[in-house]
Structures are given as structure tokens and as C-alpha cells.
Design a protein around this ligand. Structure first.
Ligand SMILES: [Zn+2]
Length: 162
């Protein structure tokens, strides 16, 4: 299935099933990755040519979901820059700290990946409809299984809150 089909199929109602989107693309997923404390996640190219997306096992699941969506963006948009892999630190910057140090992934790519993660996990129409029913950042964060901080940024971006 294509990325767009997978997104549509898995974002009918919150929470968006980002894991199904990733797996549907044939990407391996590891939510129990033993990564350095400063690393949120990584995407690695395996010897088989497939890719694996990992999230730090010690992170809260809601944060892991954002990490997984962020790494998915690197796969979708930046595959030609990934090489053997990319590690993201807690601020989602490619870092020396992990298994890879990818200097091709720049700030603009990270910004793009964060935006993709927000769009995937918090689809505009779903968030606006949910906010009209229940204008409560924390409750919406729970429904969409994202951090309150991520939800707040999204609502601000959509003009729902100031
Ligand atoms: Zn990144």
C-alpha cells in the first residue's frame, strides 16, 4: 500500500495508528530500543536494504509515537541522505551521541520531519473537530496519544488557541 493510503486508512479517528503506517511500508519497528539516554530514536538501513525505526525504550509511549513519526519522515523525505542511519537526540537533531553521526541531515530536514510528525499524528480536520467538542489541550493530547506540548503547538499552529 502507498504511504497516502496507509495514512488515510489509519487516521480515521484518534489516535492515529502510526505503527501500522510504518509497518505497512515494510519498515521494521522497535519500541524497546536500548539507545543512549540522550537519544530519542533512530532510523537505520539494514544489511537487507530494509529500514528499521527505533524509539528509546525509556521514553513515554506518547513521546515514542512522535519519535516514530519523525523517523518516518526521514524515510519518506530524506532517504537519499540517510546513508547507514540517523540518530535523533531529545530535541530531534542528528547527533554524535548515538550509533550514527549523520551530518547530511540539517536543521531544515529536522524541521520538516517535526512538521510531518505533527501532521500525521494530529490531522488538521480531526484536531479541529475534537477541539470544538472539547477545548482542552490535555484531554486532546490523551485522545491523540501525543504529549500536551505537541498538542499545544499543533493547536496554536491551527489557530485554535493563542
Ligand atoms: Zn531527525
Amino acid at each position: 500500500m502507498t504511504l497516502l493510503d496507509l495514512i488515510e486508512e489509519n487516521s480515521v479517528s484518534p489516535p492515529v495508528n502510526v505503527e501500522a503506517i510504518i509497518r505497512g511500508l515494510g519498515i521494521e519497528l522497535n519500541k524497546k530500543a536500548e539507545l543512549d539516554a540522550g537519544i530519542a530514536g533512530e532510523i537505520a538501513r539494514l544489511d537487507s536494504g530494509k529500514y528499521r525505526i527505533s524509539a528509546n525504550k525509556d521514553d513515554h509511549y506518547f513521546r515514542q509515537r512522535f519519535t516514530l513519526a519523525h523517523e518516518l519522515a526521514h524515510f519518506v523525505f530524506h532517504r537519499d541522505l540517510i546513508g547507514d542511519g540517523v540518530d535523533d537526540d531529545k530535541l530531534y537533531r542528528s547527533t554524535e551521541g548515538g550509533n550514527f553521526y549523520n551530518t547530511k541531515i540539517k536543521k531544515q530536514h529536522e524541521t520538516e520531519a517535526n512538521r510531518f510528525a505533527a501532521v500525521i499524528l494530529m490531522p488538521k480536520d480531526l484536531v479541529i473537530a475534537a477541539f470544538e467538542r472539547q477545548p482542552d489541550v490535555k484531554a486532546l493530547a490523551k485522545d491523540f496519544q501525543v504529549s500536551p506540548a505537541a498538542m499545544e503547538i499543533r493547536l496554536r499552529g491551527l489557530g485554535s488557541i493563542n
